[in-house]
Ligand binder design. Structure first.
Ligand code: PEP
Ligand code: MG
Length: 754
């Protein structure tokens, strides 16, 4: 391909004319390939469009056999064209036929051509098709030629995305609109059907081809300047503005804003004849395609930063408002976002919100915690979610499996709608149990309480019929805050908790930070084993100021009413005794200053470090109550990281060693007349809860959604029968085997719903 006679600029002008002509879509496409071939001096120019059944179809050609148009179809992973679609990268070969991926299509007559240059047709990082030029000679295409073809491809991508070519291949939709199913990670249970609302609406570039090149160059330079100074301002103002964007992130963004390679590519795109915004989008689209295929999380984050910057530039160029949260939502809205803070989610109108889809966000992210608390199905780690769907697209979020379905077909939609109906019926059955006391068939009363961490959780208190809050995780409030909550803020939060719980008991746990619970505003510690590191009560005792502020806020908030406080991660009796002494000092301080103290103040211990199993009598003697944190207890008992999916299934909480640990706690607490509750996840699973009752536990605290299923189990259970089974089986199964099969069989045989 010798130097093009008119260069890309002339070609783009011609393309603009072709786009404006009142001809049929096929005639326009034919004209376009002819123009491209002539402009770049290639014997062949062809367009392949990816359809929703994942095949690439020849839509137009100059140079190949025209009768093959709409007949030649190949799988999206077949041949050189398929390779380009798959990698979303240009492919330039001086001898195409010697490439291992070359696949020969006799109907096209392409055997005569040697040099081959293909580029993907990209839109928002998605491949919509492939544009190819071919030459008879063995030649090498230059960087500029590849760039020029990519710019040209953008015009074709817009033509495909607009739906204009739809009529050319009846029956097959374009890949841009096809149904997509993707699996990420489940963040919050539930199924949501609705329509896409983009948390940050995508900027649509309407004008692609420049009318006045100099003006576009100026516009781009002005926008770059504006964005740079806005970022400089942010960096200078630092954290005091409370944007939530840490300095480090901003510094990285600033670095990119001065990145020469990125700026050069955008400038080149403008010089090739695109408008400033089209140039930004063109470079952004390549970047997104790379981002989707990047598996290194660090590099992917950097590409995200660059993507952010491109969005800022586009907003500046188009004059779009920098978007804050839009509280109003259409009916059945599913929010789709790259990432979102918990505060942003809370600002949306919850009545219309049916689900959340994020490109980022692991199961322990704060947004996941908030979505779970609100009962909104949520899925995270969906690559390129914001580019996959357009506002208004039908979408289904499956928060149980972590899947999403974008533009689902009627069968998929019907299947999910059926699941939603089933779930609703089940919930209705549970609601009917709400006011029944949780008593087993043989008359054993079981206290069912709620685990909570945010004020919104407490709305479930009434509707679930729970008897109180067995675990209020105070750190969640700290985790979703932008900075350390002040003493006054803490006090008013706890007052709000007490107002919401009314006369029902609530057990407040002091800050359980460290390990996987990081406060964004506290300097992160580099620890080899954070789960075994400086966390929870250890921080509280080493930095008593932090603990004192929290305790004082709690004591003041509970003025005149009963208060139950418990301490996390206690490993020795002495730690609890020291924590208790701090409470006593705070009480004395408040008394001296004339404050009304809580009417009754009980102090408890979380049993979640195995060392307490060997001081169980002593701790039961000094603590007012115990609460078993089975999540951590199991993690430390079996030395299995609770967040590590690779080892998560290596042990069973219903295996004999685990059950013996639980039984030991239940029996010794009873002997010492010390009330004991289970507040780990295990208490919210019907089968496990059944076993715990068999071991002697009478109080369980769990997530709101678990109350119904566990109560249904309790109502169908004979507590002495399951206790007898456990007694017998735990004597025998000394090899660490799980009693899950035995317990499941017991439940089935006795009609206990699990
Ligand atoms: C536990 O460890 O079981 C527990 C309830 O606490 P968390 O899950 O907050 O560590
Ligand atoms: Mg714990």
């Amino acid at each position: 391909m010798p130097a093009a006679p008119g260069g890309p600029r002339l070609l783009l002008r011609r393309l603009r004319e072709a786009m404006a002509e009142p001809v049929s879509p096929q005639a326009r496409l034919d004209r376009i390939v002819t123009l491209i071939a002539a402009n770049v001096i290639a014997e062949v120019c062809s367009v392949y469009v990816l359809s929703d059944d994942n095949t690439l179809e020849l839509f137009a050609t100059e140079g190949l056999n025209r009768s093959a148009v709409h007949l030649t179809r190949m799988r999206a992973d077949e041949g050189l064209v398929g390779l380009i679609a798959k990698t979303a990268e240009p492919l330039s070969l001086s001898d195409a036929q010697s490439h291992p991926a070359f696949s020969y299509r006799p109907e096209t007559g392409e055997e005569a051509y040697h040099a081959f240059l293909g580029v993907p047709l990209l839109r928002a990082g998605n491949t919509l098709g492939v544009l190819v030029v071919q030459n008879l000679t063995y030649r090498v295409y230059s960087e500029e030629e590849i760039e020029a073809l990519q710019t040209t491809a953008m015009v074709l991508s817009e033509m495909i995305a607009s739906g204009e070519l739809q009529s050319l291949a009846p029956g097959a939709g374009s890949a841009a609109r096809r149904a997509v199913s993707q699996r990420g990670v489940a963040l919050a249970d539930g199924i949501g059907l609705g329509h896409v609302v983009l948390h940050e609406p995508r900027i649509i570039v309407k004008q692609l081809i420049a009318e006045n090149l100099e003006r576009e160059v100026e516009r781009l330079e002005e926008a770059i300047g504006e964005v740079r100074s806005a970022i400089d301002d942010l960096v200078e103002r630092g954290d005091s503005i409370g944007t939530g964007e840490s300095r480090e992130v901003l510094e990285t963004v600033r670095m990119f804003a001065h990145d020469k390679g990125w700026l050069r590519r955008m400038r080149e795109a403008v010089h090739s004849g695109l408008t400033a915004e089209a140039a930004v989008e063109r470079v952004q689209s390549d970047n997104r395609a790379r981002m989707m295929r990047q598996s290194d999380p660090y590099l992917r984050d950097r590409l995200h930063d660059l993507d952010d910057l491109a969005n800022r530039l586009l907003r500046t160029l188009i004059g779009a408002e920098s978007n804050g949260a839009h509280r109003e939502l259409p009916e059945n809205a599913i929010l789709v976002a790259r990432s979102m803070g918990p505060a942003a989610l809370l600002e949306y109108d919850r009545a219309s919100l049916r689900g959340v889809v994020l490109e980022e966000g692991g199961p322990t992210s704060h947004i996941a915690i908030v979505a779970r608390a609100l009962g909104i199905p949520a899925v995270g780690e969906i690559a390129n979610a914001t580019a996959l769907c357009d506002a208004g697209d039908a979408i289904i979020v499956d928060g149980a499996t972590g899947e999403i379905q974008v533009r689902p077909g009627p069968e998929i939609e019907a299947a999910y709608a059926e699941q939603v109906r089933l779930r609703a019926r089940r919930q209705e059955r549970y609601r009917a149990l709400r006011d029944l006391p949780a008593v087993t068939k043989d008359g054993v009363a079981i206290g069912l309480q709620l685990n909570a961490g945010l004020l919104v959780d407490l709305t479930h208190l009434n509707e679930s019929g729970a008897e109180g809050v067995g675990l209020f995780r105070t750190e969640l409030q700290f985790m979703v805050a932008q900075r350390m909550p002040s003493a006054a803020e803490q006090q008013s939060l706890y007052e709000a908790v007490f107002t919401a719980t009314g006369d029902l008991p609530v057990t407040i746990r002091t800050l359980d930070i460290g390990g996987d619970k990081i406060l964004p505003y506290m300097p992160a510690l580099e620890e080899e084993n954070p789960a075994l590191g400086w966390r929870a009560i250890r921080i509280g005792l080493d930095r008593p100021a932090l603990l004192r502020v929290q305790l004082r806020a709690l004591l003041r908030a509970a003025s005149g009413r009963p208060l139950k406080i418990m301490f996390p991660m206690v490993a020795t009796v002495d730690e609890f005794v020291r924590a208790k002494a701090i409470v006593d000092r705070e009480k004395a301080h408040l008394r001296r200053h004339g404050h009304v103290l809580p009417s009754d103040c009980r102090l408890g211990v979380m049993v979640e470090v195995p060392s307490l199993l060997f001081q169980i009598d002593e701790i039961a003697k000094v603590a007012d109550f115990l609460s078993v944190g089975s999540n951590d207890l199991m993690q430390f008992l079996f030395a299995v990281d609770r967040e590590n999916r690779r080892v998560a299934d290596r042990f069973d909480t219903l295996s004999v060693p685990a059950l013996r640990a639980f039984r030991l706690i239940a029996q010794r607490a009873a002997a010492a007349d010390c009330p004991v509750t289970i507040c780990g996840e295990i208490g919210g699973k019907p089968l496990e809860a059944m076993a715990l009752i068999g071991l002697g536990f009478r109080n369980l605290s769990m997530s709101p959604a678990a109350i119904g299923p566990v109560k249904a189990m309790v109502l169908g259970l004979d507590a002495s029968a399951v206790a007898a089974v456990l007694d017998a089986e735990m004597k025998r199964a000394g090899d660490g085997a799980s009693l899950r099969p035995v317990l499941t069989a017991f439940a089935k045989a006795h009609g206990v719903p699990i």
